[in-house]
Design a protein around this ligand. Structure first.
Ligand SMILES: *Cc1c(COP(=O)(O)O)cnc(C)c1O
Length: 821
């Protein structure tokens, strides 16, 4: 979405404008909590299920929004622009519809009861090398979500892939008008949302309305009811129907499916030729979804034979199911999002894949169904019984009435609270637990009890403070300045997925990793932000490309090798790269005398395009080295100008790290690269103490306290000798956890009840001792190694190092625990 000003929008939505029609709009908001970058943004006050969007106008205004679409005029604020319409959602949909009509590219519309998001994401994984794809973010498929999705189409898009989801009759027509697909794709049709329809036929007919204007349709010919309905439809019976299935009539005819341990080989017959491909999954749904993708490739006129590699490398899509480590060596599978038989089936399947002897099911009343109770719970029991649970816990009045249908040791409760009063955590051990229930039962209260959190030594990460710190740095930036966050080295040792996930959800524009494998892990975990790899090793270019990571290019050698790999992989659209300039760090980067040759080379290399040009400052954190920073900035500006003039492009320009953002704010250019500052640390201590919040707390508990007589000694080598009667506490943490041995002998201190206790004697591999003679404390009490007091800055000083080294030294065996308060 580009090139819309308020005047053009008001015409499209037939509203009334109060304010400046010239104002350019480039971002849409509807949830004021999600506003981080208000620049050129417009807020739609939508009527929500619970709360009216008009109630959040003040919040949006305070976050910097000055453009609004409302049904009730805003009175209280000056200097705002507003478009008044009858219904803001309808206005947004009209805009999307208008926007859609500007494109004559293939648009794939995906609908069905299950698998929409997976099929969309898999198509993207398969096709991104050859198309510039706009697709629905996450699972945006509602009346609102489809409009927002379609507005993502831009001038460079060559393919759109959008989901449409309905739960009620008469919803699809509107979605069709918005998406206006040219290729229709139907995934599995099951029972989800069937409760709102008279029968399956009505549901099918509603779904098919998405395809009113398509010229090709992909579906499973084995769904007889669906097939008959399509054949008897005036429009659909005449279009190009590309079917798959075992039937001889299918265009893509399944020949053989062989599942091995972790992958499945699928052979199909198409155009009288047998073709075999393999996917890294064995479950039925994935096999079907891969067939839908392959059939869609045919609909797109691309040659599926070139996608063997793509199919073999398909990634799982993050589901709503959460799998977590639980207490006493157990695993917990948590799905309290849906409450229907279909999603129970998925949960049971996942549970079955866990290698645990004991299996427990916690199941509540099922709410999303229109079956009579007798039948519903009979079906539920039929589904559950084959899994031979060690124990089943039923919660809710309805399901409890049918407890006799379940064949294992069954306990039943009327509510989650009642269950919790009887719950004993020590009875849980070495088991796989599936928590499956409807929202109102609040099963999260049970998962809180079950999740592992009771380790003695943990690294706690306060994600709320992380967000606050990011926003503090953001407040130093112009609204248009982009933010890259550095998550290299496992996010400075803190945990990369969890941090990246928070960053993705809080409006960060780019992520930075050190090596390709770090980026790959983030992609596998479902992170979709652009990711730059700062130090792409030669052996990892394949990974870089396969996982859509963007390499830093710092020399001709690297450029040449990377382009070779692009050619080898037949990537047909220009690949984004980031040019690093050497300006004074003398580490990596192109040198001044290479610029002319670099321009010539890039002009002759259509395989890549320069997404950004950057450099790195050596002394941004040093008060007395400002001059050197200025020297580097001058060289950088000069280099940027030569390259951007020579190539006639304006790539993203960036150079500031965390201390640079504080001290050289005028040089933020188009983007900054935030690292250590996220965790609440700054060399500019005034700034740190006033504006930042500590994110990381390393803590443990006292294992034992001993009383020593004068002259007794502590630990290896007897380097501590009691000069008075002393109380010595032993902590279950040592140098193998990342506590430097040099902190022993009284050099380092830890915090207990707000007081500091010196580390006495030699630090051992897994333990260390502290002197608590002057502190009132007991065995089992909490000890802060660093965090609130002493702070990360304190321990950094004791060690005479930098906080980066302290954080990245904490061994992975220390449990990371994340929370938002
Ligand atoms: C690590 C890194 C940063 C972030 O540095 P901080 O000092 O942690 O803010 C920025 N740019 C590059 C190139 C980096 O490698």
């Amino acid at each position: 979405m580009k090139n819309y000003n308020l005047q053009s929008i008001v015409e499209i939505v037939s509203g009334q404008l109060i304010g400046d029609g010239e104002t350019l709009i480039e971002q849409i908001f509807f949830d004021s909590r999600l506003i981080v970058h208000p620049v050129n943004g417009i807020f739609f006050a939508l009527a929500g299920n619970q709360k009216d969007g008009h109630l959040y106008i003040a919040d949006a205004y305070h976050k910097g929004i000055r453009n609004f679409v409302v049904s009730q005029p805003i009175q209280h604020y000056d200097n705002i622009n507003q478009i008044i319409v009858q219904n803001p959602l309808t206005a947004l949909q009209k805009w999307a519809q208008y926007h859609r009509q500007k494109f004559s590219i293939p648009i794939i519309g995906v609908t069905g009861s299950n698998g929409k998001t997976i099929v969309k994401e898999w198509l993207n994984q398969l096709l991104w090398k050859n198309f510039n794809i706009s697709r629905s973010p996450k699972s945006y498929n509602s009346q609102l979500g489809t409009a927002l999705s379609v507005l993502q189409l831009t001038d460079v898009t060559t393919l759109g892939i959008f989901e449409a989801g309905i739960s009620m009759p008469n919803e699809m027509e509107k979605l069709e008008e918005i998406i206006r697909p040219t290729i229709g794709v139907l995934t599995k049709i099951g029972n989800a949302h069937l409760e709102n329809f008279q029968n399956e036929q009505q549901l099918i007919q509603e779904k098919l309305k998405l395809f009113t204007n398509v010229n090709k349709l992909v579906y499973n010919i084995e769904n007889i009811q669906l097939h008959q309905t399509i054949l008897s439809d005036k429009h659909l019976s005449k279009i190009d129907r590309i079917t798959y299935g075992y039937s001889k009539e299918a265009v893509v005819q399944i020949q053989q499916i062989i599942s091995q341990e972790i992958n499945t080989e699928i052979s199909i017959l198409h155009n009288n030729e047998i073709y075999t491909y393999s996917i890294p999954f064995t479950d039925d749904a994935s096999i079907k979804n891969s067939l839908i993708c392959l059939t869609t490739l045919i609909a797109l006129n691309v040659d599926y034979k070139e996608y063997v590699n793509g199919f073999a490398k398909l990634l799982p899509i993050e589901m709503r199911l959460e799998i977590k480590e639980a207490i006493n060596n157990s695993v917990l599978i948590n799905d309290s999002f849906n409450s229907d038989l279909n999603s129970l089936k998925i949960g049971l399947n996942v549970l079955n894949q866990q290698a645990k002897e004991r299996k427990t099911l916690v199941l509540t009343d099922i709410l999303q169904s229109n079956l009579p109770d007798n039948e519903l719970y009979q079906q539920t029991a039929d589904l559950v019984n084959p899994y031979q649970f060690t124990e089943i816990v039923l919660i809710g009045n309805k399901i409890s009435k049918h407890k006799n249908l379940f064949q294992s040791y069954v306990r039943s409760y009327t509510s989650t609270e009642e269950f919790l009063t009887h719950f004993k955590s020590q009875n849980v051990y070495n088991e796989a637990i599936l928590l499956k229930g409807a929202r109102p039962f609040q099963l999260e209260k049970i998962s809180e009890e079950l999740e592992t959190r009771t380790h003695d030594t943990v690294l706690e990460i306060n994600l709320q403070h992380l967000i606050q710190n990011i926003n503090t740095y953001r407040s130093l930036l112009k609204p248009s300045t982009k933010m890259m966050c550095m998550v290299k080295a496992n996010s400075y040792g803190v945990g990369s997925f969890e941090v990246a996930n928070v960053l993705e959800n809080n409006g960060v524009d780019y992520l930075g990793v050190a090596i390709a494998d770090e980026g790959k892990e983030l992609r596998k975990a479902g992170i979709s932000l652009p990711i730059i790899v700062m130090n792409p090793e030669q052996s990892s270019y394949s990974t870089v490309i396969d996982y859509q990571l963007e390499p830093e290019i710092y020399s001709f050698r690297v450029l040449d090798l990377f382009v070779k790999k692009l050619k080898e992989k037949q990537i047909s659209r220009p690949y984004p790269i980031h040019i690093k300039l050497e300006t004074g760090m003398n580490r990596l980067g192109f040198h001044e005398e290479e610029y002319e040759h670099l321009i010539d080379t890039l002009k002759q290399t259509p395989q890549v395009f320069v997404q950004s040009i950057f450099t790195h400052l050596a002394t941004a954190d040093m008060e007395d080295e400002k001059e050197y920073v200025n020297y580097q900035l001058k060289r950088f500006n000069n280099g940027y100008n030569i390259l951007s003039d020579g190539l006639n492009i304006k790539p993203i320009k960036h150079c500031l790290n965390s201390p640079g953002i504080v001290a050289f704010n005028d040089h933020q250019y188009d983007m900054v690269r935030l690292g250590i500052g996220m965790y609440g640390y700054s060399e500019y201590t005034d700034f740190m103490n006033k504006k930042l919040q500590p994110v990381v707390q390393f803590k443990t508990v006292i294992s034992q306290i001993s009383t020593l007589k004068i002259g007794e000694t502590v630990s290896y080598g007897r380097r501590f000798k009691a000069e008075r009667e002393s109380r010595i506490a032993t902590l279950p943490v040592g140098y193998a956890d990342g506590i430097r041995r040099s902190l022993g002998y009284g050099k380092g201190k830890v915090g207990i009840h707000g007081k500091l206790a010196p580390i006495t004697g030699t630090i051992c591999m897994d333990m260390m001792m502290i002197d608590v003679t002057d502190i009132d404390c007991n065995e089992g009490d909490e000890v802060i190694i660093f965090g609130s007091y002493p702070t990360l800055a304190d321990i950094t000083k004791d060690l005479d190092t930098i906080p980066y080294e302290v954080l990245t030294s904490i061994d992975m065996r220390v449990n990371r625990v994340y929370y938002k308060d």
